[in-house]
Design a protein around this ligand. Structure first.
Ligand code: ADP
Ligand code: TYD
Length: 723
């Protein structure tokens, strides 16, 4: 189902809220993004160059480790001590000036390094640059909401994050390139004191200055101070945050995992330089390894969750953490730089998946009131643990020192050189794997379901199509869970709120569908094969989407359906015990993979629901075990994509259930209000949702027929389209 867009503003209006390219089409945000990209690129180059200088300035194994540890530690230190002060300063300075001058000053500082040419000055500059960055960052974060509309903020933040870390890769490539060229053609850069390293520093200064110039062209940065939340000291944030985190099992597992992942990353980054030297690689090798970590991280954050979208987020988090730990073992034991690079790439990938999944889940699992505090807590803990690891890991490596193993060959080289860096990696591997396994156990929400079948399913899944216009809500759950009741209540509320609402249901909301419904539900039909049943339901869905749902979404309506694809996955897939994947493929094909923005699962023990009414149709008269399997499948589908699902305990009073659904639905509607019929008319009725509508006029909408079925009294009111 392609989503045709006209160009210009309309294109933006109708692009899905999570579209990254739509955010980048906002001119001011694009400029800020270019600025951010350039300064991040420079920042990473600077870090590489500084660690290279630190490495070159010491002569013993231990001293090299300590010098690098010094640079890295000083990078993190200002955030620890001055985090709160930086917020305070950013609050009071003119944001525009902070952004522009912050870049100029950092550029100028980097230029002084080759000029002063002293190790202590590198340490000073590291602290100064980091301090400026601490003020620059909050000012940038506070500016983004001024440049992009609210519903695109999440995508904008995703881009900022990806750019900040993603620029490490090109930085590493440029750095490796420069040092490699210098190695091949020695003295090519001899007009610089330290050859390519100085060149890297000048390049770095240049990117900051250009970034400042680009940001200076931005018109919409408010001149006033940044409106950031002035947070307390790191310690009070930590104490406050821990109070909440320690009381919630899932959040505790999450936070421990995230901090563990950062600590492991810190060990790798802190020891990479000496580790590479142990393997006989120089600056180019270091640059490549550095780039590999971040390429992996970037791909992991960008693609990882989508690649495995069918997997429970909680499981995915635990698995990616454990994988990160397990990968550290071969990394520590390998002596070939090429293999090490490949392993590092994978390591970055799994850490990236863990980080993005963990962060998203933190947003979903932590209630609104404490979310800010929890994120601040996690941020502070990450800095603390990074500082600790960056300081301690090289010390451990230095203390362990260098060791030779095995017989010496004819050139006097030992069979195996195994040094402190590699040993420290091994320690990190053990700790990280333990953290991963603990997290997985603490958070597993699918006990008793084999991980293998979960993984198989996740790899074969597709990501689905989400309508660019309107809002699509499905109500799912077992018999008598209250779907029709809630659907009607939702409809009444949405109407009252002024939305264009379409209430519909499966099976039987279309002409053909109502005949199919009769066949499939009437006990008089007798036995039919499970596959026939699946195909009949699929046919009903195909007609439903094509004739009812898609046109309504295209004109911007809120579509509420009583049952959808999940019902077939649950009843035919789990209930009839057909192969899940095959049923899914058929249902996805039938619906062109159109998926609800939100699926509400009304969860009820089957024996409870079946007592809510007396008559039984073909499906309702199935065994209790059948209905148990159905219920399990609904819950399983929900756990795989918590961001698209709401599970409600349907035993609660009708009003409470309704309130919970409303609360969850409200923010999704915010994206849809601009797409009400009036809006669409205003923008010349060119609906650009899925399936290009032949007739955007609501009165031409297909008239769904009353579905003949054994339980007409509880069927949704199918004729109630439009306003
Ligand atoms: N939260 C609830 N608590 C108690 N009874 C409910 C609740 N929700 C619905 N009911 C009742 O249960 C029966 C089945 O509800 P219905 O909405 O038709 O379920 P479904 O569409 O899921 O089969 C109806 O008699 C309804 O009044
Ligand atoms: C949509 C759909 C429904 N069903 C079953 C579930 C229900 O037992 C029946 C729908 O009947 P219905 O009377 O509409 O049930 P409810 O009021 O509980 O929603 O069809 C499937 O087996 N597969 C499907 O894809």
């Amino acid at each position: 189902m392609s989503v045709p867009h006209p160009s210009g503003v309309d294109e933006l209006r109708h692009a899905p809220t999570n579209s990254l390219s739509a955010v980048l089409r906002i001119p001011d945000f694009r400029r800020l993004w270019i600025g951010l990209g350039l300064s991040s690129l420079g920042d990473w180059m600077g870090l590489l160059a500084l660690t290279a200088i630190a490495n070159a300035s010491a002569d013993s194994y231990a001293a090299r480790n300590y010098a690098i540890a010094g640079v890295l530690f000083l990078r993190v230190l200002p955030a620890l001590i001055m985090g709160p002060i930086a917020g305070y300063v950013a609050d009071r300075l003119d944001r525009r000036h902070v952004l522009i001058w912050g870049d100029y000053i950092r550029g100028a500082l980097f230029i002084t390094i080759p000029i002063v040419d002293r190790l202590w000055w590198i340490f000073v500059v590291t602290v100064l640059v980091e301090s400026v960055s601490l003020v620059w960052g909050p000012a940038k974060d506070a500016t983004v909401p001024n440049l992009v509309p609210r519903h695109r903020l999440e995508a904008a933040n995703q881009i900022s994050l990806a750019t900040t870390y993603g620029s490490a890769l090109p930085a590493a490539l440029v750095f490796s390139g420069l040092t490699l060229v210098d190695k091949l053609y020695s003295n090519l850069f001899s007009f610089f004191d330290k050859g390519p390293i100085d060149l890297a520093l000048f390049f770095n200064a240049g990117t900051f200055i250009i970034s400042g110039l680009v940001i200076a062209t931005l018109k919409h940065i408010p001149r006033g101070p940044a409106d950031t939340d002035g947070d307390g000291s790191v310690w009070s944030v930590v104490v406050e945050g821990w109070k909440y985190v320690s009381t919630t099992r899932v959040v505790r597992g999450l936070v421990i995992g995230i901090i563990g992942a950062f600590a492991a990353g810190g060990v790798v980054i802190g020891l990479a330089r000496t580790f590479v030297a142990d393997l006989g690689g120089g600056d180019p090798g270091y640059g490549i390894l550095f780039g590999a970590v971040f390429l992996g991280l970037g791909v992991g954050m960008w693609r990882g969750p989508r690649l495995l979208h069918g997997l429970s987020r909680r499981r995915l988090f635990g698995i990616s953490l454990t994988t990160t730990g397990l990968l550290l073992f071969p990394l520590a034991l390998t002596q070939q730089l090429e293999i090490v690079t490949a392993l590092t790439l994978l390591l970055g990938f799994s850490a990236g998946v863990a980080w993005i999944v963990g962060n998203t889940m933190l947003g979903l699992e932590v209630p609104d009131e404490v979310r800010g505090r929890t994120f601040a807590f996690v941020g502070s803990m990450i800095r603390l643990s990074l500082a600790l690891v960056l300081a301690v890991a090289p010390l451990v490596a230095g203390v362990i020192g260098t060791h030779d193993f095995g017989p010496v060959d004819e050139f006097g080289r030992p069979f195996l050189v195994y040094n402190g860096a590699a040993f420290t990696f091994l320690i990190a591997a053990v700790l990280m794997t333990a953290v991963g396994v603990t997290s997985y156990r603490q958070m597993d929400d699918r006990k008793g379901i084999s991980l293998l079948s979960d993984l198989r399913h996740a790899f074969s899944g597709t990501t689905g199509i989400y309508a660019a216009t309107g809002c699509f809500v499905a109500l799912e759950g077992g018999e008598g869970a209250g779907k029709s009741t809630q659907a009607r209540r939702l409809q009444a509320w949405l109407r009252q709120e002024g939305y264009d609402v379409l209430l519909t249901h499966e099976p039987g909301a279309t002409d053909v569908g109502s005949r199919l419904r009769k066949i499939v539900l009437d006990p008089a039909t007798g036995a039919i094969s499970d596959r026939t049943e699946t195909l009949l339901y699929a046919a009903d869905k195909a007609e439903h989407v094509e004739a009812v749902i898609a046109p309504a979404l295209a004109r911007g309506a809120v579509v509420v359906t009583d049952r959808y694809v999940d019902s077939t996955l649950a009843y035919q897939g789990a209930g009839r015990a057909l192969v899940d994947r095959e049923v899914e493929r058929i249902a996805r094909w039938a619906t062109e993979d159109l998926r609800p923005h939100l699926t509400v699962v009304l969860d009820l023990p089957p024996q409870h629901g079946l007592t809510r009414f007396e008559e039984r149709d073909r499906i309702e008269s199935e065994s209790l075990a059948f209905h148990e399997r159905v219920r399990e499948m609904f819950l399983q589908l929900a756990s795989a994509q918590p961001e698209r699902y709401l599970v409600v305990d349907a035993r609660r009073p009708v009003e409470e259930v309704e309130a919970e659904i409303r609360q969850r639905l409200e923010p999704l509607l915010e994206g849809a209000t601009r797409l009400t019929t009036e809006d669409l008319r205003a923008t010349e009725a060119g609906a650009h949702g899925l399936a290009e509508p032949e007739s955007p006029e609501p009165q031409l909408e297909p008239e769904p027929h009353e579905a003949p079925g054994p339980r007409e009294s509880t069927a949704a009111e199918p004729g109630e389209g439009g306003r």
